[in-house]
Design a protein around this ligand. Structure first.
Ligand code: ZN
Length: 287
């Protein structure tokens, strides 16, 4: 799933659409197979002829704003959603087999939203204020891509009762703590900070908490610069077709059974809330 660094890189490329006038936003016939897209075409017609003014990111959400209209579009890439620029609709990339949305601009590039697994979102909200108050956005924690990383606020949030009694590997996936952290960067940050994902938050020392915060900030910034992670089983690409390069420095993610790059102990995999996590039992001790 695209995490903060991937979504921010996608946003930065999508900014090529800003200041352009929309000819039409169209839901494809394929999108109509899925209930959440059905009968929504009329809602999108209001954006025809409007000029896109900005795309704002909240954690892993993107909000599209337009000139002379209060309504906005909330967009989430979900597991497999990706934007892809095109100049000729008859010439879409061969990999675009699940196109749900077509945003046709009067001048190129235009963009399609392709989503294989259908967990993506592209929804109209009546105003920017409404979307900011939408609970999944209103309740977001600190933005992990903030630079410098807001360490003090991270430490304060981590002390909240509902986090203290949970394994740190699960807590880090909660967007109310750090928005933009997903499974890959959580796993890498815990390795970097030498903390076992199964440790209960209340057992972490002050130093470990600080090291964890610093690791998250550092890992997310590094991933941002490297344009995110493109894995074999994860089709993340930028709208231009460029792929990420952060996977080149992953130390534990998806390396089950391979030797730890520090101590050569085989990397282990465990499952937390249905998600695989990877760690070195030697470098990341349970206590
Ligand atoms: Zn190790």
């Amino acid at each position: 799933m695209p995490e903060g660094p991937e979504v921010e890189n996608v946003r930065q490329e999508l900014l090529q659409l800003v200041s352009k006038q929309v000819e039409q936003i169209r839901l494809t016939p394929l999108s109509q197979k899925y209930p959440k897209y059905q009968d929504k075409q009329a809602l999108f017609t209001q954006f025809n002829e409007k000029v896109l003014t900005e795309i704002v990111r909240f954690g892993k959400f993107l909000v599209w704003r337009f000139k002379d209209i209060n309504a906005v579009i909330l967009n989430h890439l979900g597991m497999t959603g990706r934007w892809c620029f095109f100049s000729d609709i008859k010439n879409l990339p061969a990999s675009a087999k699940h196109v749900k949305i077509i945003i046709q601009m009067y001048t190129p590039p235009s963009a399609i939203f392709d989503d294989t697994r259908n967990f993506g979102q592209f929804r109209v909200f009546e105003s920017f204020e409404t979307v900011v108050n939408y609970p999944p956005i209103r309740q977001l924690g600190i933005d992990g891509l903030t630079s410098p990383f807001p360490l003090e606020e991270f430490l304060t949030r981590l002390e909240k009762k509902n986090f203290e009694n949970q394994p740190v590997g699960e807590v880090l996936l909660n967007q109310r703590l750090v928005a933009g952290v997903g499974n890959i960067y959580k796993t890498e940050s815990l390795f970097h900070a030498k903390i076992n994902p199964n440790r209960i938050v209340r057992t972490l020392s002050d130093t470990e908490r600080e090291e964890l915060g610093l690791a998250i900030g550092e890992i997310l910034q590094k991933a941002l610069l490297d344009k995110g992670s493109t894995l074999n089983f994860q089709p993340y690409e930028l709208p231009s077709g460029e792929r990420g390069n952060a996977q080149s420095w992953h130390k534990v993610y998806n390396r089950e059974g391979k030797p730890c790059l520090i101590c050569e102990n085989p990397i282990r995999r465990s499952v937390q809330k249905g998600r695989s996590t990877f760690y070195c039992s030697q470098c990341q001790k349970k206590s």
